[in-house]
Design a protein around this ligand. Structure first.
Ligand SMILES: Cc1cc2nc3c(=O)[nH]c(=O)nc-3n(C[C@H](O)[C@H](O)[C@H](O)COP(=O)(O)O)c2cc1C
Length: 313
């Protein structure tokens, strides 16, 4: 997730454990091959390169192929192509979900890219520009025929953004129509739902925003699935400590130019743990430096000591 799923977030989640794979933020193929000044941070593989999936976004098949062959030299779990982003700035350039407009254009891209890598090649997408399940199946069958090894479906259309509930039934129906694994994604609200979805008609579940609000969700889900498994979970999470830790990780693993935007983006979701989330988000949004953000978070926790920790459930 852009501005969210970078190394600092992975470093925050990893000590809790149980996240099988991490996707990077979408990495611009064009910026990567032109050695953009921030690419080292977008492609930072830590702390667990072997479980990292690099996600590439772009519109030009040659640029995407060149970016994939650069990433192919890195240790990773796989390389993913973004065919799902519906942000106007991305779609306008012919990237993201725009790829879903043409089977032939997308098929030719996969054919081209497939030759650049032996890594697991996957695609993340939405239903499409319109709600047309038959088209989605035909599209994914074409990707599969060209060598895509996994699909992640966020079952909403381009226009729906985050409105309307995701059509999870499409995930299992798509899985039945394909031979490759299909992961589902969309609106997982808690660990219980993560466990339930994982056992209902999909090969994997991708968690987006909840991983930011509750970096412990994977560990909790694993615990719910198998309570005897070690290590035991803490009974409560110290939200102040976790938020401050994230700011330290940002300082450690992200360039100064990114600190503010990434801190604000993180707190957009993390603050939903607190009763007065909107108030706290507004206070944080006024601040720029990481230490000022830390002071605001700590002041909130002092004003509302009963909210500083949250019970795991
Ligand atoms: C701030 C933000 C940035 C995102 N960036 C990406 C991205 O770079 N690549 C991608 O495939 N999806 C991206 N997404 C979409 C998520 O991966 C996911 O499909 C969506 O949030 C639904 O899942 P969730 O309900 O678990 O968050 C982004 C979502 C958000 C909120």
């Amino acid at each position: 997730m852009a501005e969210l799923s970078h190394r600092a977030l992975r470093e925050l989640i990893e000590p809790f454990g149980a996240c099988d794979e991490y996707f990077t933020e979408m990495i611009s193929a064009k910026a990567l091959i032109n050695r953009g000044p921030f690419e080292a941070w977008y492609t930072d593989p830590g702390p667990c390169p072997q479980r990292l999936v690099y996600q590439v976004v772009g519109s030009d098949p040659e640029q995407i192929a060149a970016a994939v062959s650069l990433l192919d030299t890195q240790e990773c779990a796989g390389i993913d192509l973004n065919m799902g982003c519906s942000a106007p700035a991305i779609v306008r350039t012919g990237a993201g979900i725009r790829w879903m407009s043409s089977l032939d254009r997308a098929g030719a891209l996969i054919n081209r890219v497939r030759k650049q890598t032996k890594r697991r090649l996957s695609v993340k997408l939405r239903i499409g520009m319109e709600d047309d399940f038959e088209y989605l199946v035909a599209f994914c069958k074409r990707l599969e025929a060209e060598g895509v090894e996994r699909i992640t479906l966020h079952p909403r259309t381009a226009r729906e953004k985050f409105k309307r509930r995701p059509r999870w039934e499409y995930v299992s129906r798509l899985r039945s129509a394909l031979h490759i694994p299909v992961a589902g994604n969309g609106d997982i609200a808690n660990a219980q739902e993560l466990v339930r979805r994982a056992t209902e008609g999909c090969d994997a579940v991708m968690v987006g925003r909840l991983a930011v609000r509750a970096p412990w969700v994977f560990a909790l889900a694993r615990h719910l699935e198998n309570p005897g498994e070690r290590p035991p979970l803490p009974k409560r999470i110290d939200l102040e400590e976790l938020g401050l830790r994230f700011l330290e990780l940002l300082a450690q693993y992200q360039p100064r130019e990114f600190h503010q935007s990434r801190a604000h983006r993180f707190f957009t979701y993390f603050c939903d743990n607190f009763t007065w989330a909107t108030y706290l988000k507004t206070r944080l949004a006024r601040e720029t430096g990481l230490s000022a953000l830390a002071r605001v978070l700590s002041a909130y926790c002092r004003e509302h000591p009963e909210e500083r920790t949250v019970a795991l459930s």
